[in-house]
Write a protein that binds this ligand. Structure first.
Ligand code: ADP
Ligand code: MG
Length: 316
């Protein structure tokens, strides 16, 4: 590429919120044949909210309210978008900023969390004689329960599946070694996601959805936006390897792009031929990506590719 063409291309990009880190990504972008999308925060808004709650096991002590307060408190140790959803819901539900005490918190990437929580009575406003009680809590997906030798019975599995078929994420709450309840969390698809996928497919690109979320949830979201190829339940650490494998086995001799928000997919962004970070505050993503879309506008992916094509046409 001539330096002038690159300057023009990156200049037009920059004035439209499309930061292209030099001539290399600008030229690579028009050779993209496969484009992999992260789900949470990329295809979806990344602002999940709790839309349903269930208790499977209750008695005079363990009520729906108590389960909620315990879950909200346990999630106070986590920075995961799902955690924020649970916390916010809990605060709203009890109309308080106050959560209980969370200790020994451990996030298990791709699965969920474990923690010990106490001071729950102050949250649910109950005066319990046993208010110093500490609960040991696990929150996460089916696999996380299985890892902890807790059986997810058919009834619970069905309840989760109903939500998953609608594209929601269902997480289980286990307290003191028993699966007590479920929270269903919804994250809306971005308004221009379907249009973006449609445009990319019209340009002849292969589109793939890559996520750590449940396969049913992932398929539901994919079908809402028109993506047919789905790889779900991929652990954060395996997303990078997925991109590496794709590059190795790609027969089309095209470039592989990864679009993500950087929340647990930065290594995959860096591994792709063209890493595209979209609408993210995550510094890691901005660093790992070769194209940064400043606006939270997914259609800018199409704009970036068109800009690349135009620049290359100008060169030849
Ligand atoms: P994604 O690819 O969508 O960013 P992750 O790999 O971060 O997904 O998480 C995969 C799954 O692990 C989630 O869908 C959820 O079931 C479970 N999980 C992870 N962190 C949490 C958490 N803090 N609370 C509840 N569930 C969680
Ligand atoms: Mg994400």
């Amino acid at each position: 590429a001539t330096p002038t063409a690159v300057m023009v291309g990156t200049g037009i990009g920059a004035s439209n919120g499309i930061l292209i880190k030099g001539g290399e990504p600008l030229e690579s972008a028009h050779k993209i044949r496969t484009i992999v999308f992260d789900k949470t925060g990329t295809i979806t808004k990344g602002k999940p909210t709790v839309i349903d709650k269930r208790i499977f096991f209750q008695n005079s002590h363990m009520t729906l309210d108590r389960m909620l307060a315990i879950a909200g408190t346990a999630e106070s140790g986590s920075e995961h978008p799902l955690a924020l959803a649970v916390r916010n819901y809990c605060k709203e539900y009890f109309a308080t900023e106050q959560l209980g005490l969370c200790r020994d918190f451990k996030a298990i990437w791709g699965y969920g969390l474990q923690a010990r929580v106490s001071d729950i009575d102050s949250v649910i406003n109950s005066t319990n004689s046993n208010s110093s009680q500490t609960y040991s809590v696990l929150i996460g997906n089916r696999e996380w329960m299985k890892c902890n030798h807790l059986k997810v019975d058919d009834g619970i599995d069905k309840t989760m599946s109903v939500h998953e078929h609608d594209g929601h994420t269902a997480v289980l709450v286990a307290i003191d070694g028993k699966i007590v309840g479920m929270l269903a969390i919804a994250d809306e698809v971005k308004p221009t996601a379907a249009l973006t996928i449609y445009a990319l497919q019209s340009l002849g690109l292969r589109t793939i959805l890559l996520t750590g979320d449940n396969v049913k949830t992932a398929r539901a979201i994919a079908s809402q936006v028109g993506i047919k190829t789905v790889y779900a339940e991929v652990l954060p650490t395996h997303k990078e390897r997925f991109i590496a494998n794709l590059k190795e086995n790609d027969k089309s001799h095209g470039k592989i792009a990864m679009v993500g928000d950087g929340i647990n997919d930065s290594p995959a962004l860096a591994r792709a031929d063209v890493g595209i970070a979209v609408g993210t505050g995550a510094d890691v993503a901005v660093e790992a990506a070769s194209i940064v879309l400043i606006r939270d506008e997914l259609f800018d992916v199409v704009a970036a590719i068109m800009l690349s094509k135009k620049t290359v046409w100008r060169i030849r």
